[in-house]
Design a binder for this molecule. Structure first.
Ligand code: R1P
Ligand code: GUN
Length: 294
């Protein structure tokens, strides 16, 4: 499944131009809603929303809990665009398709990307319903060559060999912890390492043990490609994982994970995630002098 698909600069530009012609909003912040977290988009004021099927070049969402709509609007003084539904490698999309919206956002002038996801915990300290601030990731598909940046480099977006050593912005991570304390949810929040696996199956016991040995705190099937592409084009990134399940590491465990359970935890914690994200957005500084569009 080593995709040879390439997307031209013109195709990203076409989607950006179409969106610019349909909405007066010029977003500074983009938010990707993880499984069961689509309600984040509902908080935007003066909304304009578009079905992915109407946007030139956008793939379609196929996963339950991912509505497939792009929502523009205002949130606490910032103009935002929210993906109510993301694309996953396991849906059969090429990685450059799963990350297509990120470069469109760049062309729209977005400078900060907020990613959220549902993930399984591999460590004792992260419980169901906890929220992990992503400090770093392990991009397992990327390590073996499944990378959205594979193919000719588009220098207009970024360099051939981008660094990934500080892709989750430290300032925003600190801000998130401050906000968590003020909202009295610091007890359910901590930083950790997210790993992306290809999915769509959940982990076997032996795989879970391997991930644990490798220093993974939470595992999911998304996010890393989006963050790689955003970092490549110079966006500031902040990420949150909602812990929706514990990943079984013992053959004695009887609990087994399923997507309905993942979505249910998303619904139960939606309010907290929403409050955190909206407060972080309110307080984050935006560099108004920079038009990031390339
Ligand atoms: O990463 P998000 O989209 O939040 O979803 C996570 O939850 C789904 C599995 O229940 C998988 O798609 C996994 O990646
Ligand atoms: N791979 C993986 N993805 C998830 N998404 C939500 N929970 C999980 C999990 O336990 N494993």
């Amino acid at each position: 499944m080593h995709s040879k698909e390439q997307i031209s600069h013109d195709e990203y530009q076409k989607a950006a131009d179409w969106l610019t012609s349909q909405t007066r909003h010029r977003p500074q912040v983009a938010i990707i809603c993880g499984s069961g977290l689509g309600m984040l988009a509902d908080t935007l004021k003066s909304q304009n929303s578009f079905a992915y099927s109407d946007i030139p070049g956008f793939p379609q969402s196929t996963v339950q809990g991912h509505a497939g709509r792009l929502v523009f609007g205002e949130l606490n003084g910032k103009t935002c665009v929210c993906m109510q539904g993301r694309f996953h490698m396991y849906e059969g999309h090429s990685l450059c398709k799963t990350t297509f919206p990120i470069r469109v956002f760049k062309l729209l002038g977005v400078e900060t990307l907020i990613v959220t996801n549902a993930a399984g915990s591999l460590v004792d300290g992260l419980h169901i319903g906890d929220i992990m601030i992503i400090k770093d990731h392990i991009n397992f598909p990327g390590l073996v060559g499944f990378n959205p940046l594979t193919g000719p480099n588009d220098d207009k977006f970024g360099p051939r060999f981008p660094a990934m050593s500080s892709c989750y912005d430290k300032g925003l991570r600190c801000l998130a912890m401050e906000v968590a304390k003020e909202l009295d949810v610091a007890g359910i929040m901590q930083e950790g390492v997210y790993a992306m696996v290809g999915g769509p199956n959940f982990e076997s016991i032996a795989e879970a043990r391997l991930l644990h040995c490798l220093g993974v705190d939470a595992v999911g099937m998304s996010t890393a490609p989006e963050v790689v592409v955003a970092t490549h084009c110079g966006m500031r990134v902040f990420g949150l994982s909602l812990i929706t399940n514990k990943v079984g590491k013992s053959y004695e465990d009887s609990d087994s994970v399923n997507h309905e359970g993942v979505l249910e935890v998303g619904r139960l914690r939606s309010d907290t995630v929403q409050k955190l994200v909206t407060e972080i957005i309110r307080r984050m500084e935006i560099n108004n002098n920079t038009n990031n569009a390339v």
